[in-house]
Ligand binder design. Sequence first.
Ligand code: ZN
Length: 225
Amino acid sequence: MSAGGLHLSNLQVWNRAAITKTHWDLTFKQDKLWIKWIHAYYMKRQRTEDVVISQTASWMVREISGARDCITLVDTQFKPHKSLIHQIYIQLLPTSPRTNWRALMFQNSARPKAKFTMWLQCHSRLLTVDRLVKWGTAVETNCVFCQQIDETRYHIFAECPYAKQLWTKLLTWMKIQSSMPNSWTNCLHWIIPHAKGKSRNAKAMKMVYAEFIHTLWLERKAKFF
Ligand SMILES: [Zn+2]
């Protein structure tokens, strides 16, 4: 089943994504009229996660409030100019790379340090600039490799021209004709099936990917500090 296509069986996930997106609006976009209304009548200056919604509230309000658990499952560093619902939907799908990345760790013969860096990256634990800024650290935000765009984990490991170039070289070395997909999500969608199983190619793919992430991160740290 295509993760991008909307099949009938995924409508439930799509509905959950739509409600989660509305919950996101409720927390961060307080300028819309209906959101002002919900804040005035139900939330009364409380944080969305602290609000206790009465059972007599409308069905819609209770549903939106129930999306609190879903929002904690989603990486909320959304890309601009792309459908928010779709971005949430992809992450909530059972086939999402966010839940399947473990295939990359399983019997991976990369160096332990490289596997650990990849593990941190998959968990969004690497201290990329977007995270540092979130915590109020004053840092240079431009990507140290291309100097063109702000550094995020999505950028430096998938979207940056430097990462793409290095990855293409590694694929050529492995005699695989492909290039780096144009986004982090697509990158994982591509790599996970290639890294699954016990074939020699699958083992090589996950090892090379871990070393790729580790090498990029070491280079980035050396340039950054
Ligand atoms: Zn870059």
